[in-house]
Design a protein around this ligand. Structure first.
Ligand code: COA
Ligand code: AMP
Length: 640
């Protein structure tokens, strides 16, 4: 722990001289051409960092550790309770495998700036594919395996990849996820067609290759020359990662190369206290931002060992799975989502399984992805006896906006708060007119521009949408889409989203996207999807369906169709299982659907009757429908 006030001094140091702060942090990176200047504000409010630098991500994550004599250190441990295997890959092996894969991609014409979609489960080859792209300066876009073919197709059409790298299958407890048929369907649906696909055949399911388009992972690498690292400019996109926005069209968050390297490297010492030879485990998925930053890039950039875990918190085989992995591999820092902790706590409320393992290597538990409930934090703290660090971030930033920076100073924890703003982020709570509100007052959370290095400079080929979505509402600020408050001591409290995004099991989902799918059902005239509170997953989506006049089919059948439709179009990850038919939706007189009011009724919370409501009686019907689904329990939450 640092001397009291160290965090404040570091934060103020950044605040006085942000460029100096980041230039100093840039010293941790191996540059082909070091930056001469940190910030480029010539197109403000669009900012760039390290514009005149030249660098390669893969070199920094892999090769430099081999050059420094750490080639025999373990880079990746694949621990897969779903296949009952554990596999270790050294930095030297990783370099050779990535160089070979990059060579094969290059031989088929993939080069700097080309996009490559990666659609893979939690296998080391997913990281190798990401790194092979970085090696060539190709821009990868990883798509989460729990998305359906139509979602993959939308991403194919948006980023227009030259190649797609996929696995034959993924594994979920009790079922095989047939990636290859999903991929084939997505390519069929998409307007853009990739030049070729690379398929990693897994022994659990060997897929049929499409002649002339598909090549097998091993065969296509045979006999090609390995590729060296290609230097790219500091602002070159390292990757595109799609995330949910208000509408069905996902946002392609762009990650700039140099800022990404500098910022992630900085967080590994300041927040995670992780360095070479140490074992760092983020139990997420490569399809999410946590997986990009803290399964793949950051642990490798600092020369640590990262764990690729193909399993679940519970059921693979039991609620002791996390503790088994920590003990077996000597994990020092462990990162997961509160929902996973709740799943473990539910099965092992007394922490009996924790006692079965030697967890002496563990020094901290990190939580993110959704609000960490104090009961889970308390459970973890009591049983693991290490600091439990809730930290707040977004796909857009790529790393924590607020955290408890253990590597600088361990600050006292306040339940329900991800602690304080990190250097780089001037976080403000604003009222509707964009004015900062006093401490303790709820408002929209915004970050004063410029955002620090590594955060999104724009959306992929959608600068207007970027400006509209993030910069237009509060000029001079980045709008986070979260609401909350800051207390007198500068602690942040993240309370809710201000848009139609919900958080299901730590996964960010768009209710707008689900509504688009539901309205495509021939019997549905209009609909609304809200997020309702769930003890395990934080939130669950719930749909209200209004049917077309004259529809005679039973409501249950239409609900069943709709549940299937969302699963088929968006994917199982949407966890859309709750829906009901209602006559009308509550609206304002101007026609805006009162989703927030419905959500409060569902959660049994008090609410104010909106002054502009068109017909208050509709809320009684909504409440009745919710009660039949097992919601709207608290009569104290009656309209006032
Ligand atoms: N590929 C294909 N399908 C997937 C998938 C993937 N990579 N990941 C999840 N799914 C499927 C699941 O099998 C499930 O399908 P089902 O409806 O047929 O059961 C569905 O998507 C919903 O999955 P999930 O929300 O994960 O629920 P679950 O009931 O399977 O598991 C938890 C519950 C809490 C154990 C699980 O949500 C979990 O581990 N969450 C942690 C999430 C996390 O780490 N997020 C990262 C944010 S930092
Ligand atoms: P994603 O882009 O998928 O990482 O989701 C980002 C969103 O998840 C944020 O905007 C928040 O709404 C929520 N979130 C992430 N971390 C936290 C946290 N520690 N506390 C509260 N909400 C969080």
């Amino acid at each position: 722990m640092g001397a009291a006030g160290t965090y404040r001094r570091v934060y103020e140091g950044w605040s006085r001289d942000p460029e100096g702060f980041w230039m100093k942090a840039a010293a941790g990176i191996d540059w082909v051409r070091p930056p001469t200047k940190a910030l480029n504000a010539t197109r403000a409010p669009l900012y760039e960092w390290f514009t005149d630098a030249e660098v390669n991500t893969c070199w920094n994550a892999v090769d430099r550790h081999v050059e420094a004599g750490r080639g025999e250190n373990i880079a990746i441990i694949h621990d897969s309770p779903l296949t009952h295997t554990v596999r270790k890959i050294t930095y030297r092996e990783l370099r050779d495998r990535v160089a070979q894969l990059a060579g094969a991609l290059r031989a088929k014409g993939v080069g700097k700036g080309d996009r490559v979609i990666i659609y893979m489960p939690m296998v080391p080859e997913a990281l190798e594919a990401m790194l092979a792209c970085s090696r060539l300066g190709a821009i990868h876009s990883v798509v989460f395996g729990g998305f359906a073919a139509a979602e993959l197709a939308v991403r194919i059409d948006d980023c227009r990849p030259k190649a797609i790298i996929a696995a034959s299958c993924g594994l979920e407890p009790g079922r095989i996820v047939h990636y290859k048929p999903l991929l084939d369907k997505a390519i069929e649906l998409a307007t853009h067609k990739p030049a070729f696909c690379v398929i990693l055949q897994r022994e659990q399911e060997v897929a049929q290759l499409t002649e002339g388009r598909d090549v097998a992972w091993h065969a296509f690498q045979y006999g090609v020359a390995p590729a060296d690292c290609v230097p790219v400019e500091g602002t070159h996109p390292a990757y595109i990662l799609y995330t949910s926005g208000t509408t069905g069209a996902p946002k392609g968050v762009v990650r700039p190369t140099a800022g990404h390297l500098v910022a992630l490297n900085w967080t590994m010492s300041a927040i995670y206290r992780a360095g070479p030879g140490e074992v760092f485990w983020a139990a997420s998925d490569v399809g999410w931002v946590v997986g990009h930053s803290y399964i793949c890039y950051a642990p490798l950039i600092v020369g640590a060992t990262t764990i690729v875990y193909e399993g679940k918190p519970v059921g693979t085989p039991d609620a002791g799975a996390f503790w088994r992995v920590i003990a077996e591999h000597g994990v020092k820092s462990f990162f997961t989502a509160p929902t996973a902790l709740r799943a473990v706590k539910r099965e092992d409320p007394d922490g009996a399984l924790v006692q079965d393992y030697d967890l002496s290597s563990l020094t901290a538990l990190y939580l993110a992805g959704e609000r960490a409930d104090p009961a889970s934090i308390d459970w973890a703290w009591r049983h693991l006896k290490v600091p439990v660090i809730d930290h707040w971030w977004q796909t857009e930033t790529g790393y924590a906006i607020a955290a408890n920076p253990l590597g600088i100073e361990e600050l006292p924890v306040k339940a329900g708060s991800p602690t304080v703003a990190m250097p780089g982020f001037d976080v403000q709570v604003l009222d509707e007119s964009g004015q900062p509100v006093p401490p303790g007052t709820l408002g929209a959370i915004a970050v004063r521009l410029p955002l620090p290095p590594g955060c999104l400079p724009t959306l992929w080929q959608a600068e207007d949408r970027f400006m509209k979505s993030y910069l237009a509402h509060f000029p001079g600020f980045y709008e986070t889409g979260d609401a909350g408050y800051i207390d007198k001591e500068g602690y942040l409290f993240i309370m809710a989203r201000t848009d139609d995004v919900i958080n299901v099991a730590g996964h960010r989902l768009s209710t707008g996207a689900m509504e688009e799918v539901l309205t495509s059902h021939p019997d549905v005239a209009e609909c609304a999807v809200i997020g309702v509170a769930d003890a395990l997953k934080g939130q669950l989506p719930l749909g209200f369906l209004c049917l077309n006049k004259g529809v005679t089919r039973p409501s249950e059948e239409i609900v069943r169709d709709c549940v299937k439709l969302v699963r088929d179009r968006i994917g199982p990850v949407a966890a859309f299982k709750l829906a009901c038919v209602v006559d009308r939706l509550p609206k304002t007189r101007s026609g805006k659907i009162l989703r927030a009011t419905m959500a409060r009724i569902a959660d049994g919370q008090p609410f104010k009757m909106p002054a502009t409501i068109d017909d208050p009686a509709i809320l009684d019907d909504i409440r009745a429908a919710l009660v039949t689904l097992g919601y709207a329990h608290n009569p104290a939450g009656d309209a006032t």
